[in-house]
Design a binder for this molecule. Structure first.
Ligand SMILES: [Zn+2]
Length: 110
């Protein structure tokens, strides 16, 4: 399998891990982006704002599986990255919990 290449963020030369080939982001940038999006989604849920179903799906399916997959890999990055990943898992778990127990307004495209 061809290497996924480098991160798509401007000025970032970090390699893209295989687990992130679809996102074309390095681990750092993926975690950054997932954090921001998970935080937003959780805040929107709590404020009763409409959540895009695709966004929720990305967070609870794609991002979650990527982080779980990365965590499973033997060549786990440095401890700081690991902490970062565990933090993200916690936010995603909160989001999951919130969605399971509250009425969340989903914007489902027709
Ligand atoms: Zn990057």
């Amino acid at each position: 399998m061809a290497a996924p290449g480098n991160c798509r963020r401007e000025f970032c030369q970090n390699p893209v891990p295989t687990a992130l080939a679809a996102e074309r982001l390095c681990l750092d940038h993926f975690l950054d982006e997932a954090f921001v999006r998970a935080d937003h989604a959780l805040e929107d849920c709590r404020n009763g704002r409409t959540i895009h179903s695709a966004e929720l799906e990305w967070l609870l399916a794609d991002a979650l599986s990527v982080v779980t997959h990365l965590e499973d890999q033997a060549a786990t990055p440095n401890p700081a990255d690991r902490d970062h990943m565990l933090e993200l898992l916690l936010i995603l778990a909160n989001l999951h919990e919130y969605v399971a127990h509250h009425f969340v307004q989903l914007d489902i495209p027709a």
